[in-house]
Design a protein around this ligand. Structure first.
Ligand SMILES: [Zn+2]
Length: 160
């Protein structure tokens, strides 16, 4: 379901909207191969109107499936914007689109969830990369220990 706001409902009072938007309704295109949305966008927002804008406040959540940029391990990552807020203009060039008294808030929720995606997904902040992953079956390491320096160099780059 898209998040539709009937404008007359916020003329005199604030409105709370809760629910979730399925991935198919979100039509999210993943820009990063390492990150895939894995669950619906869950929202719990309060909407208020003032003279020239409407204000959205609340929380946005979404589960992601990420691939660690260093060791390629798959892990889950929960986006949780606890105090999200967004101001949408009712007048002027950048004003929101209102059709027959109804505004679709879905694009705004989607865009801000996108912005909360991790820039550089890591299974843990101290992940040292694929060379450090121990193998359960006791096979020989995949690469020579001398390669470790390469990862140390990468680590330096990541910090900068
Ligand atoms: Zn990792």
């Amino acid at each position: 379901m898209s998040v539709l706001l009937h404008m007359e409902k916020i003329e005199n009072e604030s409105l709370t909207l809760k629910g979730e938007i399925s991935l198919s309704d979100l039509e999210m295109e993943t820009r990063d191969e390492l990150i895939k949305p894995a669950g619906p966008l869950v929202y719990d927002i309060t909407i208020k109107q003032d003279d020239e804008s409407i204000i959205l406040q609340g929380s946005l959540k979404m589960l992601l499936q990420c691939e660690c940029a260093r060791c390629l391990q798959i892990f889950e990552y929960q986006i949780h914007q606890k105090s999200w807020n967004c101001k949408l203009a009712l007048k002027g060039e950048d004003s929101m689109e209102i059709i027959h008294g109804t505004a679709d808030l879905t694009p705004y929720l989607r865009e801000d969830t996108f912005l909360a995606f991790p820039q550089h997904p890591l299974c843990e902040s101290r992940c040292e990369g694929i060379n450090q992953v121990s193998t359960d079956d006791g096979n020989a390491p995949l690469s020579e220990p001398s390669n470790k320096n390469v990862w140390m160099e990468l680590d330096k780059l990541n910090i900068e």
